[in-house]
Write a protein that binds this ligand. Sequence first.
Ligand code: DLL
Length: 434
Amino acid sequence: MIWNPEYEAMDRDELEELQLRRLQSTVAWVHERVEHYRQAMDERDLKPRDVRSLDDVRLLPLTDKKALRNTYPFGLFAVPLDQVVRIHSSAGTTGKPTVVGYTKGDIATWTELTARVASAAGVVHTDLAQMAFGYGMFTGGFGMHYGLERIGATVIPASAGNTERHLMMMKDFGTTVLVSTPSYALYLAEVGEKAGVDFSELPLRLGLFGAEPCSEAAHREIEEKLAISATDNYGLSEVMGPGVSGECECSCGLHINEDHFLVEIVDPASGEPRGDGEEGELVITPLTKEAFPVLRYRTHDLTVLDRTPCECGRTLARMRKVRQRTDDMLIIRGVNVFPSQVEDVLFKIENVRPHYLIVVERKHGLDDMEVRIEVAEEVFSDIMADMVVFTKHVSERLHGVLGLNVKVTLVEPGTIERTAGKSKRVLDLRDEGC
Ligand code: DLL
């Protein structure tokens, strides 16, 4: 179902007119209210009235996480705190978190957009949606919660963690929709399997997954094990949280809520524009934010845009699922390695479980990459010689794709840490003096 056809199925010319009007008022809004942007625009000798077309967005300064850190905590807010009704933040691996704020109006917009995403995925008012995203500073829990309620679904705010309780409620309440990270869905399936839960007997039918990349293989595994259909949705706290884009029933990319977000694809190194169909870094300018209206936010997420019409009737552009970030690329002995490449190899090998950890160290001045993988019980308890053959096989497959010698270590099922939030796949120890 299309939640808001007036905007989601808008004629493209009209949509672009609307985007331009909204861009112009956003630029005027930040120029007037946010010192950081006024300065950056002054340095470029740029006035809000210079933005006359959508392409003129390129005249505007890019924003990255650094700008948020330098203005911590509220320096990029465009309204006084008494108009801010909610604050969220994202952890960040180093230093201070990044902090974002919402006015009442922003919350209303956010609710509309997560309702669209959930609706596109197939949620209806009769659904029972079980939330396994955390309710806290992370935007996942509250963001999706409001949208689901807006649709009229019954929300079970179970929050992240306590997997046994999740399973119990799922069975007892008759949950039909699970909202979580894909890695948590896999974990839930694993714990359920051990506890003898037959998911095909449960009313559970749909998964709304997001907040981290998910390979095709993991997607299929979730669908099979939980006996559901799985959908992907994308967002980031700096521009809102969940609600930026989501898959419709055609599963052919994630529709971007373009009436609220102007998107560009740029070359990650030079910042130069790239066309539709070309891979690059997604840059987002929210068009209707009041409290935290960033300009041209560099997401670091790599994707491809497609503006051709979709069979579902939505005219909104689609972005390819995000599998890689520009900043998660590892350089091992000069070779570029994305964790998603490793994952794709592993998931194609029979008996490899979808739990792995890439460990990078520097030994005798050289980078050393190890992949720890969990394998099915039957492989692990097999005779030593077979395990050696299996390890060699995985190592060769990785070498074939990466062109690198990778040490493969088989670990016992259940030993790689599971998390209720975003999974951590890489342990890079090179900066720790080894
Ligand atoms: O993860 C917002 C969100 C919550 C989206 C729940 C969807 C569902 P942050 O914590 O700020 O916000 O992290 C944003 O997570 O730049 C991507 O790298 C990654 N990410 C988010 N959704 C997806 C996805 C939330 N569907 C960062 N696929 C983004 C791949 C995703 N990566």
